[in-house]
Design a protein around this ligand. Structure first.
Ligand code: HEM
Length: 453
């Protein structure tokens, strides 16, 4: 028997009451309260909008894997499509998505990303230098800025062969504004139209123009030189690609959308993960010591190679555990195509689904001491026994994050190389306040003093 009425949750004839609560509480507290109050599968009726809030791994599997064709990136992604990413890999659907994913998959495979090793390792070396200077000054630095600088450098070099520090810093802050503006609108059903003359709207429009102008200029510059002289980066590879059926090159619009998508999706998420990793290490010096010990044994004194990091499994457990506790995308959405049922509950066509990895990752049925930071839970003997969908920081199924291997590799190398020499300390008395601002972040920052070990 399929029913909708038995699902616990909230029912309001108006969109605005629940939307206002989302805005006041912030999306993270709002969805976590829904999970704690109504359990693993809750329904929010906001006027005509039906939303299901999903945390249980079985339901994650149903929506993202078993019946994935029924749960698509529909109207829930319209805001991101329209305001931020156009029709790039993250937001496209159907044939466009399939072709673009197939085209880009080899760049992001474990073999493909190994080609970026020199970019990542030299960025880590640059950060070691930078942190020596910070340590000498003994003043607090904002850890998110540090990590954004590192990850934006890596992605901009890999994508566009960009070298300039000023360009990297400017693009970064511009894109952050766009992301925060867009994601807050995505989950909040009542937002004023972007053309309205609000300060935030104006800032958003200016930011968008700046980013698109930058990418236009890069494409233009490249076209001015013969293709055989193009640098071997992702932009060149996309520009050189041809449609598998028509043989046509990628259109300028598609190229721009892909470039913005990869830059936006490819640096802030990893930077937030790294910021939380340093926070956790500052609170758990025993874990930080273990990384130092592992790095001393694995890395030797010269420039490390990719293979050296295979001998640093514990550092990777630490990253995975940081992503469990602080998934950079703590919520993501799907739209229901046709009527379906999950555990006997009817999911009407058109319903919105909010998946909450932040809750799944704290589910007491799947995680012992869920709030505790325990990197050893990632040892293979424990990982193999766990429900496969109890962990989905990169989402899961066919639309799993294409950058997941790259992000883990970057994080592994940056943390391994930096924690060997430094032990950043959280400023005394600072208590991070978690908030979704595009990605999961600490609303009041993460000020840390860089100390040499
Ligand atoms: C810790 C770092 C990262 C996290 C937590 C993360 C998380 C995610 C999540 C949850 C999705 C699914 C979004 C959805 O279904 O709405 C996603 C998709 C995606 N991510 Fe990531 N991501 C990370 C790093 C990266 C990197 C480094 C890149 C690229 C360089 C990247 C590129 C993408 C792209 C292109 C998609 C869309 C894939 C598709 O739909 O085929 N991400 N990511």
């Amino acid at each position: 028997m399929v029913s909708t009425t038995k699902v616990p949750g909230r029912f309001s004839p108006f969109i605005v009451d629940i939307a206002l609560e989302m805005y006041q509480k912030g999306l993270l507290d709002f969805f976590m309260d829904v999970w704690r109050t109504y359990g693993d599968f809750a329904r929010l009726q906001m006027g005509p909008i039906t939303m299901f809030v999903v945390a249980h791994p079985d339901h994650v599997r149903h929506i993202m894997v078993t019946n994935a064709q029924n749960y698509v990136k529909g109207p829930s992604y319209d805001t991101i499509r329209k305001l931020l990413l156009g029709n790039g890999l993250l937001t496209s659907t159907g044939e466009t998505w399939r072709k673009q994913r197939k085209l880009m998959a080899p760049f992001f495979s474990p073999i493909g990303i190994a080609a970026f090793d020199h970019i990542i390792i030299s960025t880590a070396e640059m950060m070691i230098q930078r942190w020596r200077e910070h340590a000498a000054k003994a003043q607090p630095v904002e850890m998110l800025d540090e990590m954004m600088f590192a990850t934006a450098t890596i992605i901009l070099k890999a994508l566009f062969s960009t070298e300039s520090d000023e360009t990297i810093a400017e693009l970064r802050s511009t894109i952050e504004k766009m992301v925060a503006f867009t994601v807050n609108r995505t989950f909040n059903p009542v937002s004023l139209p972007v053309w309205m003359p609000l300060k935030s709207h104006q800032e958003y429009r200016q930011a968008r123009q700046k980013v698109l102008a930058y990418i236009d200029q890069l494409i233009e510059q490249r076209r001015r030189i013969p293709p055989e002289q193009w640098p071997d980066d992702l932009l060149s590879r996309l520009m050189n690609s041809r449609d598998e059926e028509s043989g046509e090159p990628i259109s300028d619009e598609q190229l721009k959308d892909e470039a913005v998508t990869l830059f936006v999706a490819g640096h802030e998420t990893t930077a937030q993960t790294l910021m939380f990793t340093w926070y956790l290490l500052s609170q758990h010096p025993d874990v930080a010591n273990k990384i130092k010990f592992e790095a001393d044994a694995a890395l030797g004194n010269g420039r490390p190679t990719l293979d050296d990091f295979k001998n640093m499994p514990y550092t990777l457990y630490v990253i995975k555990e940081a992503l469990r506790l602080y998934p950079a995308s703590p919520i993501y959405a799907r739209d229901t195509v046709a009527d379906d049922a999950i555990d006997g509950i009817k999911i009407p066509a058109g319903s919105r689904i909010t998946l909450v990895p932040y809750a799944t990752h704290r589910h007491p049925d799947f995680w012992e001491l869920p709030e505790c930071f325990i990197p050893s839970r990632w040892e293979p003997q424990y990982e193999q026994k766990r429900h496969r969908y109890a962990y989905h920081p990169f989402s899961t199924g066919q639309r799993i994050c294409i950058g997941n291997n790259l992000s883990l590799l970057e994080s592994h190398i940056l943390v391994g190389m930096l924690a060997r020499h430094f032990a950043p300390k959280l400023v005394e008395g600072h208590v991070p306040q978690l908030r979704i601002q595009g990605t999961l972040t600490s609303h009041n920052g993460m000020p840390m003093v860089i100390r040499v070990r």
